[in-house]
Write a protein that binds this ligand. Structure first.
Ligand code: 13P
Length: 255
């Protein structure tokens, strides 16, 4: 990554894993590994672990994120959590538009855009996930897919808000499959995303925005992925549940 322009963000997406005692134990194990990190370290935990995580990370350099939020402030939305409810808990980040939410829970670019606006208004730092399906890559339309997602998901937000937003490039075919994009494929896609942001906003915004890679990033491949100039960190699933592995990835972002 280009460290003169951006700080890496290494975020763990725990997905639907860990009870509260397990969450506390994992954070305690991550804490010493994050000391002195030359990147922003974030743990995005299930809703039920947010309070535990906020408490356990007080006075440390570990930041806490949720994995979704609703776009309305309150109302008859059974099962949903508002952005204000998250900030009130002390949560700083929120993952939006993860492909698992798009695939299993009817998330669309339109609802991602609404959630993004609500999250920004509440003062949260959003991590917006975009990425192509295997079929789309095979059909040669990766750039069209990424361009369309950027245009729809980031529609109507200001350049200032865009700079506060983290983009996670997560090729759907690489998530939880053990198939990582090569470092060159990750670089190509992250650089393309940055070029779309430059066209939608301006070069200064594109230079400032963090574009992470996500999809089977692990202790072995992180250093190579993170060495690429447009890969500004990672959104890590499975490997973020093992403190030593997550620690190696944090350390790789230093180099
Ligand atoms: P894995 O690292 O388990 O492939 O998950 C990636 C991901 O979906 C992070 O949001």
């Amino acid at each position: 990554m280009n460290k003169s322009l951006r700080k890496a963000v290494i975020a763990g997406n725990w997905k639907m894993n860990k009870t509260r005692p397990e969450a506390k134990e994992l954070i305690e194990a991550i804490k010493p590994l994050a000391v002195g990190a030359d990147c922003e370290v974030v743990v995005c935990v299930p809703f039920t672990n947010l309070e535990t995580a906020v408490e356990a990370t007080k006075g440390t350099n570990i930041h806490v994120g949720a994995q979704n939020c609703h776009f309305e402030k309150s109302g008859a939305f059974t099962g949903e959590i508002s952005a204000d409810m998250l900030t009130e808990l002390g949560v700083e980040y929120v993952v939006l538009g993860h492909s698992e939410r798009r695939q299993y829970f009817g998330e669309t670019d339109e609802t991602v855009n609404k959630r993004l606006k609500a999250a920004l208004e509440a003062g949260l730092k959003p991590i917006v996930c975009i990425g192509e399906l295997l079929w789309e890559r095979e059909c040669g339309i990766t750039e069209e897919v990424l361009g369309k997602q950027c245009k729809l998901d980031f529609f109507g937000i200001s350049a200032e808000d865009m700079k506060k937003t983290v983009i996670a490039y997560e090729p759907v075919w690489a998530i939880g499959t053990g198939k990582t994009a090569t470092a060159d494929q990750a670089e190509e896609a992250c650089a393309y995303i940055r070029s779309v942001i430059a066209k939608m906003f301006d070069k200064a915004t594109a230079d400032a925005v963090t574009v992470q890679y996500g999809g089977s990033m692990n202790a072995k491949n992180a250093a190579e992925l993170l060495s690429k100039p447009d890969v500004d960190g990672g959104l890590i699933g499975g490997a973020s549940l093992k403190a030593p592995d997550f620690g190696v990835i944090i350390a790789a972002a230093k180099e």
